[in-house]
Design a protein around this ligand. Structure first.
Ligand SMILES: [Zn+2]
Length: 422
């Protein structure tokens, strides 16, 4: 038992207790408010659907907690209990080629994580989501998605992993800097490749046919100085009744995508307001800022990985005795990816705080470019349709939610729109 083992165990415990405590708070808070619709929503949301949202929220929190406990168990099994060590030993015995056995170590961990997550995905989709009427997916579609994901991760992930391993072996002490550059390049390529080639493998994207609506959206985009390259409708209803709209890509690949489920539930005024909110993110350069911040953070993480990979205590502390120190690279990558989230969760509220500030800015922009009341109407409709709770626990929300709680958001919009508070 080393000092680092203790530290890891301590953070694992902290992570688990924090999640457990937040989950208890969330369930208690939602249940306490289950029997009355908050005043500002009282005229728009029925008690029945408020209670449905409460039950859906509680069910999801409970499921998330169970999944987390299993994940933590697997993590301990792989590290402190010697799972990774055993896999590594087996691969080294089976294959002479150090590079191949390293690549296979990465692949095996990927497969293990996928297998652990699979029952949860199935349960979530076909039990939880189905119970609340959200699931539209069939089992064949689920497994064809899974097969596509496996093929894609193999085609894209394996060469990327191989390139990083190669850099770790050949690029000297500053390998992590090269690996980071590769990571940045990869992400930039994916920004273009995802909307153009990957998303269409899973969904059908057709041009928005409603000319009146398309005209309004083009007007709004022009007014907001947004260069629009495409307006698409996605058949989200094949998988789920949840609705959404988003921007994707950049440059020539930039497009606005509406889920068909969103278009069918909102009127034109509301759709315009939702889009104005999205354009607010563009106007304030939130997406660009997020990309820059994530690249800066990942530079820090790569530098840390570069340092940790040369420290014996890092491996030993996490239950790995390196058999051949020459083939430490894959092990360093695996340990790092598995263990870092345990140390970062207590800081999740910081990134979410930034994200919620962005949401307020985008809302204010929508109020100025479109109409606050229409956005409020759209949001209430979406909260209701998606069974999102209107009464989250403030602390739970601070840790988990990228968007502000419904009541806070609407209260601010009412001020922006000059409407009378209820
Ligand atoms: Zn937003």
């Amino acid at each position: 038992m080393t000092l680092f083992t203790l530290l890891f165990a301590l953070f694992l415990l902290l992570d688990a207790s924090l999640r457990f405590w937040l989950a208890r708070r969330q369930v208690a808070h939602v249940m306490r408010h289950r029997d009355a619709v908050p005043a500002i929503f009282a005229d728009r949301i029925s008690l029945r659907s408020h209670q449905r949202a409460a039950d859906y929220t509680v069910a999801r929190v409970r499921m998330g907690l169970i999944e987390r406990i299993v994940d933590a168990g697997v993590l301990v099994g792989l590290t402190l209990l010697g799972g990774l060590q055993a896999i590594d030993l087996m691969l080294i015995r089976l294959f002479d080629n150090g590079f191949l056995s390293q690549l296979l170590l990465l692949a095996s961990v990927g497969v293990i994580m996928m297998l652990v997550g699979l029952p949860f995905s199935l349960w979530r989709q076909f039990r939880l989501e189905a119970r609340f009427g959200f699931n539209r997916m069939t089992l064949p579609l689920f497994f064809s998605d899974l097969a596509k994901n496996i093929v894609l991760s193999t085609l894209i992930g394996l060469p990327l992993a191989a390139a990083v391993l190669w850099l770790m072996t050949e690029a000297g002490t500053l390998w992590w800097l090269w690996a980071w550059l590769l990571w940045v390049a990869f992400n930039l390529v994916m920004l273009v490749a995802f909307p153009l080639w990957i998303a269409p493998l899973f969904n059908r994207f057709s041009p928005l046919e409603d000319e009146t609506l398309a005209g309004r959206i083009r007007n709004l985009a022009t007014r907001c100085g947004f260069p629009l390259n495409g307006l698409f409708v996605m058949d989200g209803s094949r998988r789920s009744a949840h609705g959404n709209a988003y921007f994707t890509g950049f440059g020539k690949a930039r497009r606005i995508v509406f889920f068909d489920t969103l278009l069918s539930r909102l009127n034109h005024d509301q759709i315009e307001a939702v889009l104005a909110h999205e354009l607010g993110h563009f106007h304030h350069r939130h997406i660009l800022k997020r990309i820059v911040v994530s690249f800066a953070l990942s530079l820090g993480f790569f530098a840390l990985l570069g340092y940790l990979s040369t420290q014996l205590w890092f491996y030993v502390g996490l239950g790995v005795e390196l058999v051949k120190f020459a083939s430490f690279q894959a092990m360093a990558l695996v340990l790092f990816c598995l263990v870092v989230p345990v140390f970062t969760f207590p800081f999740a509220f910081i990134t979410n705080m930034g994200s919620r500030r962005d949401e307020f800015q985008a809302d204010a922009y929508a109020a100025s470019q479109s109409n606050a009341d229409h956005l409020i109407a759209a949001l209430v409709r979406l909260y209701d349709d998606n069974a999102a709770t209107l009464t989250p626990d403030p602390l739970h929300s601070a840790f988990y939610d990228s968007h502000p709680p419904a009541a806070v958001r609407i209260a601010r919009l009412r001020l922006a729109g000059g409407a009378q508070p209820a």
